[in-house]
Design a protein around this ligand. Structure first.
Ligand SMILES: C[S@@+](CC[C@H](N)C(=O)[O-])C[C@H]1O[C@@H](n2cnc3c(N)ncnc32)[C@H](O)[C@@H]1O
Length: 375
């Protein structure tokens, strides 16, 4: 995903949608005076973190992200609170690209044999520790670095996250397609919570309009169901094409999109108790009769139109789908076409003012670490 101004604007709009869906609330969990430390994981430009810091000024709110965002703009929000920002990659189990860098470095330095093997064996463990919060790292040197000395011992990385203190609430929102191993992420979340602390994970699924009339449960759609239908069954056919391509590309990338990671069993398996799911349907577009719903639907439509290129550009030009790797121009043309279809669809809906129409399925899942759990 990009981290430019357009994406920052989109995430700010999406933040408003999430909050409106919860009728102005920031969370489905209970934040009390005993909630001292709050972590917003993958905070992006920090809209949630800044709002949380304002709402709960007694708590220290930490926002972590691997990308650099224009945080001053977010902090300048009227009434926004102060947040401690940390820049870190929390995916310590992702692609093991450092092995290749390491091997290339060893090859360049002309260093073969035992040590090379030993390094490989050590690095190939799952805990390749690409990054570790609040721990200074010796970065793996990049291509062309001639100062690398394979005889000098490097700091040994420990697997997992290393925050200096645990949190009372860890908030994760809008992170589908981010991690390859959600099981490991939930284990880290659990380990970095105080006994009695809460996790909350929120995201949405935008099922295409026609599917709403099928027998399936919204949010539980399968790709085959989309494939089996003809393109003309869909009022937004290019959206359907892009949806399929995006899902396929994300599987190819090893980081599948979709809200499967909000399934309560992920939290239960990680050891969380009192796992609870909250569902809210958010209108897509201005079809609702109700004024407030129309406002939220319009916001979501804008966010949806803007998310297409953000999601697809890198995915399709790098990983592609069964038709191959897409060009930048192909992606841009298809996105433009899908946006036109969405606008036309919205025009029709807003003229009719309906009671029921196309909705995105928003979900919040929360769980509690047992008070008796060891720290
Ligand atoms: C779609 S944005 C969501 C931002 C924010 N949670 C929200 O709801 O507005 C996903 C964010 O996750 C961050 N991210 C992705 N992978 C990450 C990683 N491995 N470690 C830390 N942050 C990551 C991205 O940089 C991006 O800011």
């Amino acid at each position: 995903m990009p981290c430019d101004q357009a994406e920052q604007d989109r995430l700010a709009i999406q933040h408003q949608v999430f909050v409106s869906a919860l009728k102005g609330k920031l969370t489905t969990t209970r934040v009390t005076n005993a909630t001292r430390r709050i972590l917003d994981l993958g905070t992006g430009p920090g809209n949630w973190a800044v709002a949380a810091a304002q709402q709960w000024p007694h708590a220290e709110v930490v926002g972590v992200d691997m990308a650099v965002w224009d945080l001053e703009t977010t902090e300048a929000e009227p009434g926004g609170g102060r947040v401690t920002w940390e820049l870190d990659d929390l995916d310590v189990w992702g692609e093991e690209s450092d092995i290749e860098i390491l091997t290339a470095r060893l090859d360049r330095s002309g260093f073969f044999g035992e040590v090379n093997e030993a390094y490989r064996a050590e690095s190939s463990s799952r805990s390749n520790a690409k990054g570790s919060p609040s721990q200074s790292q010796t970065p793996l040197t990049s291509e062309g670095d001639s100062s690398y000395n394979p005889y000098v011992l490097q700091q040994e990385f420990q697997p997992g996250w290393h925050f200096s203190e645990p949190f009372d609430l860890i908030h994760v929102r809008n992170m589908k397609g981010t991690f390859a191993s959600w099981e490991e992420v939930y284990t880290e979340i659990y380990n970095n919570l105080t006994p009695g602390g809460w996790v909350e994970v929120a995201d949405y699924e935008c099922v295409l309009p026609e599917m709403l009339h099928s027998n399936q449960i919204p949010g539980e759609m399968r790709l085959e169901n989309y494939r089996q239908r003809d393109a003309h069954d869909f009022v937004v056919p290019t959206m359907r094409k892009l949806y399929l391509a995006m899902m396929e590309g994300s599987f190819r990338s090893g980081r599948p999109l979709g809200t499967y990671y909000l399934h309560p069993t992920y939290l239960e398996d990680a050891g969380f108790k009192d796992v609870k799911t909250t569902y809210v349907n958010v209108p897509v577009g201005q079809w609702p009769e109700d004024e407030e719903q129309r406002r939220v639907g319009k916001l979501f439509l804008v966010a949806l139109m803007e998310c297409l290129e953000a999601h697809l550009l890198r995915l399709m030009t790098r990983h592609g789908d069964s038709s191959g790797i897409w060009t930048v121009q192909q992606v841009k043309e298809q996105v433009e076409q899908a946006q036109k279809e969405l606008l036309e669809y919205n025009e029709q809906g807003s003229r009719q003012k309906m009671k029921e129409g196309w909705c995105a399925n928003f979900k919040w899942v929360s769980g509690r670490k047992s008070k008796n759990a060891p720290l």
